[in-house]
Design a binder for this molecule. Structure first.
Ligand code: NDP
Length: 449
């Protein structure tokens, strides 16, 4: 299939999307190479979803150990060893990295451990100077933490470095109030750090349902996480004793031991040579693509975070699969971006699918909203005053479910199944007709009023 090119397909970036596209294209018979400048697996496996979720599991033990006493266990005072947890997490990351690598090599994908840049519609140049050609190029380079250009920003870290801290800082300031800020605030708080989130507005987790966000804010504050709202991050100064002084608008400066920026992620397009193929990036540096993930250069495609459509791993994987099926498998597919479930692994976690109440009102006028605001049974016995909130937003004329939003223990585990119902266009009636599975938290979904 190679014509006069070195490869049928050259993929830049072996993250979740790039790996899926490479493997599937190769399985269809294409000669494929994938260039990865760091480690196979990309953000999700190496420094994102996977190690983060393992830290979240680790963090949960803080409350579980405390609650265990109410369930009759004589738990002695326990120490937490950050080094033990992170060493085990890195071991698991290595294992998945190896599994991804084997998947590629078993499917005859050539892995090139080097940076690759585009030199023209069919041209690639590697970091070692080698020049290669490919009939098609797929850009799957992901995104990178965006750090504001304020004085002293180099004294801060991002989620990339958070896993590699020598110890849990005593005090931590996190800039931003989105996914990463709330997830890491929960984790480091449970490990004993005093955490303060600094946000330019008073909206946390923009895009999530307002009542759910408010509940997280209330529980986070109750747990002892501090917030500074309407605070524009101004800069970081190192003090004589080694601590950091963070300044912001509207509030007094804060002394801390660690500053983490969680202020969004920028598509990785800098220095990629896109202009040599006539591809222009948008204002955010993302690559514009059509429904088939095709750029303005016919034979160059882009998937995943670098396109800034929906920055979620499973979406990048779907885009990679759709690309390979369409171009190499003779089965044209596009990705359906409606009703994508998502979760925030905060303490407690949030999970959501479909329209929020606000979005649904804007789109449909009047909507019906059903809620259950309850204290999970385990929290009651544990003496933990944390209430869960489940919410269903329905079309008031057809009763069709437009969105489900949840905060509470295991909300993401529960929502995945409920998302199938939303995607299938089911109505509230279908939930009402289903007998509750008692006693669970999930039963609240069929008992919503
Ligand atoms: P988010 O977009 O979730 O949040 C960014 C936060 O930073 C917001 O509070 C935003 O405020 C604020 N912000 C943005 N720019 C600035 C600025 N210049 N100055 C001050 N504040 C700023 O990004 P994250 O970095 O948390 O995560 C990046 C992406 O990674 C997410 O969008 C998500 O797609 C993905 N992700 C998904 C996870 C999951 O699925 N569980 C977990 C982690 C990441 P404002 O709201 O005002 O814009």
């Amino acid at each position: 299939m190679t014509d006069s090119y070195d490869y049928d397909l050259f993929v830049i970036g072996a993250g979740s999307g790039g790996t899926r596209a490479s493997r599937v294209a190769a399985a269809y018979g294409a000669k494929v190479a994938v260039a990865e400048e760091y480690r196979v697996g990309g953000t999700c496996v190496i420094r994102g979803c996977v190690p983060k979720k393992l830290l979240v599991y680790g963090a949960h033990f803080a409350e579980d150990l405390a609650d265990a006493r109410r369930f009759g266990w004589n738990v002695p005072d326990c120490d937490f060893d950050w080094k033990v947890l992170t060493a085990n997490v890195f071991e698991e990351v290595d294992r998945i990295n190896q599994a991804y690598t084997s998947t590629l090599t078993n499917n005859k994908v050539e892995i090139i451990n080097d940076r690759a840049i585009i030199t023209g519609p069919h041209g690639i140049k590697l970091g070692d100077g080698r020049e290669l050609t490919a009939r098609r190029i797929l850009v799957a380079t992901g995104a990178t933490p965006s750090v504001p250009a304020c004085p002293g920003h180099e004294l801060g870290i991002t989620s990339n470095e958070a896993f590699h801290l020598d110890a849990v800082p005593k005090r931590m300031v996190i800039a931003g109030a989105g996914y990463i800020a709330n997830e890491f605030a929960g984790v480091f708080h449970q490990f004993g750090a005093h955490v303060t989130l600094i946000n330019r507005t008073d909206v946390i987790l923009r895009g999530y349902d307002e009542q759910i966000r408010d509940r997280l804010l209330q529980i986070s504050m109750m747990k002892g996480i501090d917030f500074r709202f309407h605070a524009d991050f101004r800069g970081i100064e190192k003090q004589a004793d080694g601590s950091l002084l963070v300044s912001m608008t509207g509030h007094d400066p804060i002394e801390t031991d660690c500053v983490m920026f969680a202020t969004g992620r920028d598509p990785n397009t800098k220095g990629l040579g896109l202009e040599t193929a006539g591809i222009e990036v948008d204002a955010k540096g993302a690559i514009p693509v059509n429904d088939a993930s095709q750029t303005s250069c016919d034979n160059i495609y882009a998937i995943g975070d670098v396109t800034n459509r929906v920055q979620l791993t499973p979406v990048a994987i779907r885009e990679g699969q759709a690309f390979a099926d369409t171009v190499y498998g003779g089965t044209p597919r596009t990705v359906d971006y409606d009703n994508i479930p998502s979760a925030v692994f905060s303490h407690p976690p949030i999970a959501s699918v479909g329209l929020t109440e606000g979005q649904a009102k804007n789109k449909f006028g009047s909507v019906k909203v059903y809620t259950s605001d309850f204290r999970p049974m385990k929290n009651v016995l544990a003496g933990r005053n944390e209430r869960a909130l489940y919410k269903m937003v329905c079309d008031s004329t057809t009763d069709r479910i437009l969105g489900i939003h949840m905060i509470g223990p295991d909300a993401p585990e529960i929502l995945q199944a409920a998302a199938v119902a939303v995607k299938a266009g089911l109505t509230k009636r279908a939930f009402d007709d289903t007998i509750a599975l008692h006693p669970t938290m999930a039963e609240e979904l069929v008992l919503l009023r």
